[in-house]
Write a protein that binds this ligand. Structure first.
Ligand SMILES: Cc1ncc(COP(=O)(O)O)c(C=O)c1O
Length: 394
């Protein structure tokens, strides 16, 4: 058995754990759904509320940089995802950003009618794509295929390839470079959902040639519940029209002009008034991610997922996350016919992961907060729970 304590002693990221609030007695394996609270976020939010809002009031839009928050935080997220400068904004939900990205992408291929995606994609991605097609009422459709069939389905009819880089259910990671190239080879545009990737794995959207990317702020970026998401638009698409023409995307919002003139830069991707509190919290989480060496994060993540997979397999569980580390994000998923009951038992023991229907136990690996020892404890608890009589819901 691997010496987990020795791995913890040698861990170059061990110091990050202290920067987060982590309750005693809890092993938190759900940072891929809601990242834990950075201690600095509490101070920052208190400052925003008490000083910036409480004392400086409306002047804060200028004096405390509130107007610039979507750009400032977006720029930092841009560094996390490997974007060109000035091409990422923070704001709105991922669902809304998907709508914006998809609608903008479709305008780049006006003669084509297909949004190609995969059947297991996160539901909101498929719902938003489908809703957009209906709204356009011009014969657009979503073609959702199995992941193995994506290449075969990519042809000259496809306007947009919409994929989630790391699958929420299995943790499988797509090859962004290869698939983007394959999409471009048939003249399609790509929209990547990086919700489970940003802050979890090294990313290079510009290098991969991605056209658009979106993602959540509340997962590995630790922005807090309901945190704003982000939207990236490649520099070569800087003139693309955005579908939601709110005043914050205007070239000069405070001219209060009657006609809409889009901002020249990425500002045209904004819609309404920035969610200051959410953006302030997100900035702290993103700063933490930027202060970590992403290669070290990936190395520790792979060590941990490898250990988890090895121990779970030895205990007789069926692992659904790819065994090939190059195809794996930062989570481990295990299938079990009594998955829901086992997860209830685990949570009662303080091991927090989650259950995804129909039969998946999902464990997020957040290298900034987890100890190797906790991986051992979690797998032993899962094994013990699987041997227990079923626990009822409620
Ligand atoms: C891949 C993916 N996309 C989008 C979302 C959700 O987006 P929103 O923030 O709009 O709820 C999630 C949520 O878990 C997700 O996993």
């Amino acid at each position: 058995m691997t010496d987990l304590e020795a791995l913890d002693r040698a861990d170059p990221l061990a110091g990050f754990r202290d920067l987060f609030e982590l309750p005693e007695g809890v092993i938190y394996l759900d940072g891929n759904s809601l990242g834990p609270l950075p201690k600095a976020t509490k101070l920052r939010l208190a400052e925003v509320v008490q000083r910036e809002w409480g004392r400086d009031l409306i002047r804060s839009w200028e004096t405390n940089g509130w107007m610039k928050l979507p750009f400032r935080v977006g720029e930092k997220i841009g560094r996390v995802i490997g974007a060109e400068p000035d091409r990422t904004v923070a704001g709105d939900s991922t669902s809304v950003n998907l709508f914006k990205a998809l609608a903008a992408a479709l305008t780049l291929r006006p003669e084509r009618r297909i949004i190609l995606s995969e059947r297991g994609n996160f539901p909101t991605d498929l719902y938003m794509a489908d809703g957009l097609c209906r709204l356009l009422a011009r014969g657009h459709t979503v073609l959702a295929v199995e992941p193995e069939a994506i290449d075969a389905a990519l042809d000259e009819r496809v306007a947009v390839l919409l994929l989630t880089h790391i699958d929420f259910r299995s943790g499988r990671m797509h090859d962004m470079v290869r698939l983007t190239r394959a999409a471009h080879a048939v003249g399609a545009v790509t929209v990547w959902d990086l919700s489970h990737s940003a802050g979890a794995v090294p990313l290079d959207v510009a290098g991969a040639g991605a056209d658009f990317a979106v993602g959540c702020g509340y997962k590995f970026l630790n922005g807090g519940p309901g945190s704003p998401g982000f939207l990236y638009v490649a520099a070569r698409h800087r003139d693309v029209a955005m579908p939601l023409t709110g005043w914050m995307g205007h070239d000069d919002p405070f001219a209060f002009a009657p006609d809409y003139v889009p901002a020249a830069g990425i500002g045209r991707a904004l819609v309404g008034t920035p969610a200051v509190m959410g953006l302030a919290a997100l900035e702290v989480g993103v700063d933490l991610v930027l202060s970590a060496d992403m290669q070290a994060v990936r190395t520790k993540s792979l060590q941990m997922t490898e250990l988890f997979i090895g121990a779970a397999t030895a205990a007789g569980f069926r692992v659904v996350t790819p065994l090939d580390p190059t195809r794996r994000g930062s989570q481990v998923c295990v299938a079990h016919s009594r998955a829901a009951s086992i997860m209830r038992g685990l949570i009662a023991r303080g091991v927090i992961g989650d259950f995804r229907p129909p039969d998946v136990l999902r464990f997020g690996i957040t290298p900034l907060t987890l100890r190797f020892e906790e991986i051992g404890v979690a797998v032993r608890a899962m094994t013990a729970e699987a041997e227990q009589p079923p626990r009822l819901a409620g």
